[in-house]
Design a protein around this ligand. Structure first.
Ligand code: A2P
Length: 360
């Protein structure tokens, strides 16, 4: 589709001093996007500081509405409050925001996109695009494959989530508690309500009135929006575990039509960015430590769920780096898709004006 993609391209990262923000900058540099200026922004706490990413020093600027003047694409990972306040200001100034917070995900006017699952939804953006929650993100490529092959009726997912998803302070807290344990000191918990070292906390984000946590409910609502299945039945238990990086998920899917594990491995393996690691006889299955540092979604332990009749039940294990594919890499892949397709500008400002309409 013809368009006016900006050239040269000015890109900003908001929350650039945080765990995800640093990874966003690193991935932007790795993927060698055609960027002529990179602005790293954060709060007054770290404005003026220097951060070094991939050997290059950057001075951190203050994230204000004016900081987005002349910026084409901004990747945000600075919390929901910052996104609520600054994303519209950036969009008003002609910048397209790819936001990693939960602030805009369920807004019907904001596309919620996993790069290899529903990139066509980017066509109708009006300046803000949402990056899904990390636990939803890694679940979507294998579920898309099953949706397209045999249809999906119901999903039960239990997560085993790393502390990196909480941010840099949680990584430091786990390290400190492990040291305290080894030295016989008390394990002090500040970030989580209980020590995370040697523990499993069934509590991620706040509790809702229905008894689920907000993290669990994000998996329910975001999955429906991304897969374009508004009635999909989903239940989730989200658990924080003492792993530094990468989330793991035990997934149970009830499909519409029958499918065998061998067929499922084949359809999973055909999805861009999905790697099947499934040879129990060689102790081969996806591992958090192995997935850390890569952009792939790893799937293994694929087996028939005998609690559902007619070969319509599958169980499997999904692992991915939550800082990379679960956040930073998907945001950068969205930026790449916008550039490639000529969709950096808002749908209403593109020439010719987008006339397709939404698919959600
Ligand atoms: P700062 O270093 O100035 O606090 P993490 O999730 O790893 O804790 O990181 C959060 C990121 O969000 C940090 O870069 C932090 O910057 C940034 N941030 C937090 N509040 C704001 C704000 N009000 N404006 C801009 N950036 C913010």
């Amino acid at each position: 589709m013809p368009d006016s993609s900006p050239n040269p391209l000015v890109v900003a990262v908001v929350g650039a001093t945080g765990a995800v923000g640093r990874t966003m900058t690193q991935v932007l540099l790795e993927k060698q996007l055609p960027i002529t200026e990179l602005r790293l922004l954060a709060s007054a706490r770290s404005a003026g500081r220097t951060v070094t990413v991939a050997g290059t020093d950057y001075t951190v600027g203050l994230a204000t509405p004016e900081a987005f003047e002349g910026v084409d694409i901004a990747l945000f990972s600075a919390g929901g409050g910052t996104s609520k306040e600054l994303a519209p200001e950036a969009a008003k100034r002609g910048c397209t925001v790819i936001d990693n917070s939960s602030a805009w995900r369920m807004d019907p006017d904001v596309p919620l996109v996993v790069s290899q699952v529903n990139p066509d939804d980017l066509a109708w953006h009006e300046g803000i695009i949402a990056n899904p929650n990390c636990s939803t993100m890694q679940l979507m490529p294998p579920l898309m494959a099953l949706r397209d092959a045999v249809g999906i009726e119901r999903i039960i997912v239990d997560t085993y989530q790393s502390v990196a998803g909480t941010g840099h302070k949680a990584i430091v807290e786990l390290e400190e508690q492990v040291k305290a344990h080894a030295e016989g000191r008390e394990k002090v918990a500040n970030v989580y309500p209980h020590p995370i070292a040697f523990n499993a906390l069934p509590h991620i984000d706040v509790f809702l009135d229905n008894g689920y946590t907000k993290e669990e409910w994000k998996v329910v609502t975001e999955s429906r929006k991304i897969l374009h299945l508004p009635e999909l039945r989903v239940s989730c238990t989200a658990v924080r575990v003492p792993v530094f990086i990468s989330h793991s998920e035990a997934v149970h899917v009830e499909t519409r039509d029958p499918i065998t594990p061998a067929e499922a491995r084949e359809v999973f393996g055909r999805v861009k960015g999905v790697v099947v690691q499934d040879d129990p006889s060689a102790n081969l299955y996806p591992l958090a430590t192995e997935a850390a540092g890569s952009d792939e979604v790893y799937v293994g332990r694929v087996r028939q769920d005998p609690s559902i009749d007619g070969n319509r039940g599958l169980a499997f294990w999904v692992v991915s780096d939550n800082l990379r594919k679960g956040a930073a890499s998907n945001a950068v892949e969205i930026a790449e898709a916008l550039i490639e397709r000529g969709w950096v500008r808002k749908a209403s400002e593109r020439q010719p004006v987008w006339a397709g309409g939404r698919t959600a």
